[in-house]
Write a protein that binds this ligand. Structure first.
Ligand code: TA6
Length: 331
């Protein structure tokens, strides 16, 4: 039976070996706001984050393991860690084993379960925007459910689910299921997004993983985009200018808001802080680079967004699914 653990602040390493689910059918379905509902297994812990919002903490061991304390539990040293809020299924932190957090949460982010969390990896779904509904759609400001948790070859793996409800249907009148699997390894953070049409009629959507990377903006550089068709939104987001990227190395010298179509399956980001991050994907055909420059004077120097995206509509017939993966890893 999984134990309930609701620490006020997450430990630097979570228990890695003490809690095992007995069978997948015995697993608890934990939802935001569920009273005391917690799901744990190796390297996974449901706890409370900022604003008391439910948050899942993942820890993946790296290197030596020790037994510490007299409780017999094994604790990992030099863990990599990831935090995911059920609100928006937003990954807000990815700490690599040296303790550096490669994701960035804006200082103006609010954790009140009302407004989307500004930072980390928010979902844009079912609209990237601009478009008929709120910018970036509703998935980032809805509570997702934690529906599965397991340890695969020592790696914590969790899956979140979002289903339509009256709120989503007020903007987008379709029945759908979105599943978001997150896998943490010692030097990588992988996700798999599956969108399934549960309706009796077809629907279309656009989507993105709006990843905020911690960076020193003057030193940040993205490689892999040369030759890609661009839709530059810097002057008028509603009427982007078409072009072709000619640079081997794309930097952020000022305001940047640009869509890249049909990008390769691998990009790289040097964050200007000494880290090189490989951004691999399957089926996220497009990418977006964004830095608000002086529009966000308080923080623009500290992050860049490099987003895997699906800018052209994906159309799904009833019962059809669309799946896309993203892997961030340290080079
Ligand atoms: O992804 C780039 C972008 O769509 C920009 O056009 C800008 O509007 C930005 O996202 C806003 O991001 P936020 O996280 O503040 O919703």
């Amino acid at each position: 039976m999984a134990m309930v653990s609701m620490a006020a602040s997450p430990p630097t390493c979570v228990k890695l070996s003490s809690l095992r689910r007995t069978s997948s059918s015995g697993i608890t379905r934990a939802s935001a706001g569920a009273n005391g509902g917690a799901l744990t297994c190796d390297g996974v812990k449901l706890t409370q984050g900022l604003g008391d919002l439910p948050k899942v903490v993942l820890a993946a061991p790296h290197g030596r393991l020790d037994v510490c304390g007299n409780d017999g539990f094994i604790y990992g040293l030099n863990c990599s860690e990831a935090d995911i809020y059920l609100f928006g299924a937003c990954l807000t932190s990815w700490k690599i084993p040296n303790g550096k957090d490669l994701l960035f949460v804006r200082p103006d982010a609010v954790f009140n379960g009302q407004k989307p969390i500004s930072g980390g990896i928010p979902h844009c779904f079912p609209q990237f925007g601009p478009g008929p509904m709120q910018q970036h759609g509703f998935a980032r400001n809805m509570n997702w459910s934690l529906v599965d948790s397991e340890s695969v070859e020592g790696k914590p793996v969790v899956t979140f689910e979002l289903r339509d409800n009256p709120y989503s249907r007020s903007m987008w009148d379709f029945s759908f299921q979105a599943l978001y699997k997150v896998i943490l390894d010692s030097t990588s953070l992988s996700t798999e997004l599956t969108v399934k049409n549960m309706d009796k009629k077809p629907f279309s959507f656009t989507t993105a993983l709006h990843t905020y990377f911690r960076a020193s903006v003057t030193g940040a550089a993205v490689r892999g985009l040369k030759g890609c068709k661009t839709l530059n939104k810097d002057l008028d987001p509603k009427n982007p200018r078409e072009g072709v990227e000619e640079r081997d190395v794309v930097t952020f010298p000022g305001f940047v808001d640009c869509i890249y179509l049909n990008v390769p399956n691998e990009l790289s980001l040097e964050n200007g802080l000494g880290d090189k991050i490989l951004i691999k994907n399957t089926n996220w055909s497009d990418a977006v680079l964004w830095n608000p420059h002086l529009q966000m004077e308080a923080c623009y120097k500290d992050f860049v967004c490099v987003e895997n995206a699906k800018i052209k509509s994906v159309k799904l017939e009833p019962e059809q699914s669309w799946i896309a993966t993203q892997q961030l890893s340290i080079a």
